[in-house]
Ligand binder design. Structure first.
Ligand code: NAP
Length: 258
């Protein structure tokens, strides 16, 4: 059963590339207003132009937001026009992994960046917009976790711990808003081919290709498609968790490669 979902205000963090960008495209092309945010405003402005070429009737607001920085969040909230302040759908997508190091070799700056972005960023952005959702008794929050949040692997401690925190956060949040119409969906993708690995390997494009060798990975569009599906279910239907893996992946380490 396909259902329409239109005229919602959708806030997406980390919309400059990858899964966030794909979410912006599917929600906007289906008639929703999108607030696209990330640190790279030039990429957001290019995406805005692209979105408006496909659908000029729904709004696109492109604003800088570094979710790891409390000041940036406050500036962003201040810059939101009144008619875009009450968010219907929040997609907490901004996130990263830095390196693949055993605990003994972890650098404090990498630890701080990943936890500030993947964990505190999700808490802080949600804290900002949840009160209006509660007041209006509506809303849908998507937290983009990962299979790494429950299937832990050596040399991934920071990233695994950050996503395990998001699994807990989603579960607690869903329990706290159980008496409201707010829905909380925790999204756990496996291997998705985006810039994620390029960032993880410090810009080394060749190294970044290795995780996807010999397998057809998921695309950002595959994840966005599933998020849109969850968002477009009838209001009484709350899809609490989705785990999505490529057909030849069964865990972070069990992957069949040709
Ligand atoms: P991506 O292409 O690297 O996109 C990451 C996005 O996050 C970018 O738009 C980036 O934009 C933004 N971002 C990073 N740090 C930020 C910050 N401090 N403040 C605001 N935005 C920030 O990777 P992706 O695969 O689409 O990742 C999206 C989410 O999916 C992440 O939470 C990731 O952990 C999760 N995930 C990915 C995979 C995978 O295999 N790719 C698997 C499971 C889960 P700017 O650099 O412009 O700020």
């Amino acid at each position: 059963m396909f259902r329409q979902l239109a005229n919602k205000i959708v806030l997406i963090t980390g919309a400059s590339t990858g899964i966030g960008e794909a979410c912006a495209k599917i929600f906007h092309s289906n008639g929703n207003h999108v607030i696209i945010t990330a640190r790279r405003l030039d990429k957001l402005n290019a995406l805005k132009e692209e979105l408006l070429k496909v659908n000029k009737n729904s709004k696109v607001l492109a604003l800088e937001l570094d979710v790891s920085c409390e000041d940036s969040l406050q500036r962003f909230v201040k810059d939101l026009p009144d008619d875009m302040k009450d968010i219907d759908i929040l997609i907490n997508n901004a996130g990263c992994a830095i390196g693949v190091d055993p605990v003994a070799n972890i650098l404090a700056k990498d630890l701080n960046q990943v936890l500030d972005t993947n964990v505190k960023g999700v808490f802080n952005v949600t804290r900002e917009f949840l009160p209006s959702m509660i007041k209006l008794n509506r809303g849908h929050i998507f937290n983009i976790s990962s299979i790494a949040g429950s299937m832990w692997y050596p040399n991934g401690s920071i990233y695994c711990a950050s996503k395990a925190a998001i699994n807990a956060f989603s579960d607690v949040l869903r329990k706290e808003v159980v008496a409201t119409k707010i829905r909380v969906t925790n999204v756990c993708p496996g291997l998705v081919e985006t810039d994620f690995s390029v960032v993880r390997f410090g810009g080394d494009v060749e190294k970044a290709k290795v995780p996807y060798k010999g397998i057809e990975p998921l695309t950002a569009e595959d994840i966005a498609d599933n998020i849109f599906y969850c968002a477009s279910r009838p209001e009484h239907v709350q899809i609490t968790e989705i785990t999505i893996m490529a057909n030849n992946q069964a865990s972070p380490s069990v992957i069949h490669r040709n």
